[in-house]
Design a protein around this ligand. Structure first.
Ligand SMILES: [Zn+2]
Length: 477
């Protein structure tokens, strides 16, 4: 049975099958290497990793391409602020990204193309678009894509023309004054003084590529003009992926990616992730608070990829307990087998866990089943009701589903998890409530208690003080 997965383009759950019948070829938009990736970025990379592992566990070969965005406004600006060359600056953040991925058990892609290393392909693609009348050169030497020349524009995001023309202001530069239409986007950006040495020759003068053309060119170079699946965070649907489709399909006249897989947002303690709220957590922060990367991975797969997921420190603590329980069961079943046969499909009693993953990558259901079946199998094994040959199958099946989920139990922490601390804004509400109680303003105190509860915390009152406890286990344990 192939994996079935929601496709953003058709709005349907469709089987994921390789068009060549052999190798599933897919492209994931990679990181912009100008700083550490945060836990919201990693939600997408971890879910893409589970996707790949599930496909491979079914015996299917994959070709996984994930790029590095190593030239754009942010990489250029930051490298200059630090007085380093763009190459040196992005190389350092690439090393860091690889280390974080390894800690989270994310398999390295088969090909990791760099945008700077693919300038000839990007220039060739832009030339092709100009020849076919889909792009035009502006007075300053920039080249724009003519959105009105591609009738399929908007088919992925299904935006009306009115919405499309509002554009994404942070992605595009204000200096694009001679665009024919507000929706037209830059394929090539003419060099500006502030770019410093970060300029490359082109038939239109010195400059650098736009972000969207980078991905189209790298995807087609390494996967062909048409390939099986394209993936990224849901924030990339528009304009990035819409623009990738427009560029690629206008140039080749062929469908670009057949299936589009997008991962929803992560919120932190009930709030949107943002720099101003100081909640763009990175692996380093979590380690400083005593948490392990595998605990984060567990939390990131604990929600359905199509729904926003709320990250909390209480869920990290619950993840540690869940991982410790799984490690204990694995030990009681004789430990992991010495080797796993690739493509082997005998999940034994853990088959329903794999089935949940095949059904639109339902990781929360898979984790729920894993705990339920694990408990039953261990009880049967220790109660003497599991036949010896099934013991071996169970041991093997457990290892296989853990491999699909990418949960490495070899370094599971069995110590008590750090007590989750309420975020500062919830603590401030609790302090406000304490004041209300001291004033005997019970209505206000009740109102604040409800507000705190909505944020996922329970207030416990003591004489002249109060403490905060996280509400309920937030994830399957
Ligand atoms: Zn991309």
């Amino acid at each position: 049975m192939p994996l079935s997965l929601y496709d953003t383009l058709s709005r349907e759950i469709l089987p994921v099958r390789p068009m060549d019948g052999e190798t599933l070829r897919f492209y994931c938009c990679g990181p912009t290497v100008y700083g550490p990736a945060h836990i919201g970025n990693f939600r997408t990379f971890v879910m893409q990793d589970v996707f790949r592992r599930v496909v491979e566990a079914g015996g299917m070969a994959t070709r996984h391409v994930r790029n590095l965005t190593d030239v754009d406004d942010k990489t250029i600006r930051r490298s200059q602020e630090e007085g380093r060359s763009l190459a040196e600056f992005t190389a350092a953040w690439t090393v860091r990204f690889h280390a974080d991925c390894a800690a989270l058990g994310i398999l390295p892609p088969h090909v990791e193309p760099s945008a700077v290393a693919h300038l000839p392909e990007q220039i060739a693609l832009i030339e092709r678009l100009i020849e076919k009348g889909h792009a035009y050169r502006a007075h300053d030497g920039s080249v724009y894509y003519d959105v009105r020349s591609f009738p399929g524009y908007g088919k992925l995001s299904r935006l009306a023309e009115r919405e499309i023309t509002t554009d994404a202001p942070e992605r595009e530069q204000a200096d694009e004054y001679d665009r024919h239409s507000a929706a037209d986007f830059a394929l090539w950006k003419a060099a500006r003084p502030e770019d410093g040495p970060n300029r490359w020759p082109s038939p239109w003068g010195e400059g650098r590529p736009g972000w969207h053309i980078e991905c189209s060119a790298m995807a087609m170079k390494h996967l062909g003009e048409s390939f099986d699946l394209h993936s990224g965070g849901v924030d990339l649907v528009f304009p990035h992926h819409e623009n990738e489709i427009a560029q690629s399909e206008a140039a080749t006249g062929r469908p670009f990616a057949r299936h589009w897989f997008h991962v929803a947002h992560l919120t932190v303690e009930g709030r949107k992730m943002s720099k101003s709220l100081g909640n763009l957590h990175i692996l380093e922060d979590l380690a400083a608070r005593g948490h392990r990367p595998m605990e984060l991975r567990y939390v990131l797969i604990s929600g359905c990829y199509r729904q926003p997921l709320n990250f909390t420190f209480a869920s990290l603590a619950a993840a540690r307990k869940a991982l410790a329980r799984l490690a204990d069961w694995q030990r009681r079943l004789g430990g992991p087998p010495d080797f796993l046969l690739p493509g082997e499909e005998d999940f034994g009693p853990f088959g329903p866990v794999y089935d949940a993953l095949l059904s639109d990558l339902n990781t929360p259901e898979a984790l729920g089943r894993l705990h339920r079946i694990g408990r039953e199998v261990v009880a049967a094994a220790e109660g003497g009701t599991l036949p010896p040959q099934e013991f071996e199958t169970a041991r093997h099946g457990l290892a296989l589903v853990l491999q699909c989920l990418g949960l490495d139990l070899s370094e599971t922490d069995t110590t008590a998890p750090p007590a989750p601390e309420a975020p500062a804004w919830v603590q401030a509400l609790a302090a406000e409530r304490l004041d209300a109680r001291r004033r005997r303003d019970w209505d206000e105190a009740d109102r604040l208690r409800d507000q705190i509860k909505e944020a996922g915390w329970l207030v416990r009152d003591a004489p002249d003080t109060s403490t905060l406890e996280p509400l309920g286990p937030p994830i399957a344990t």
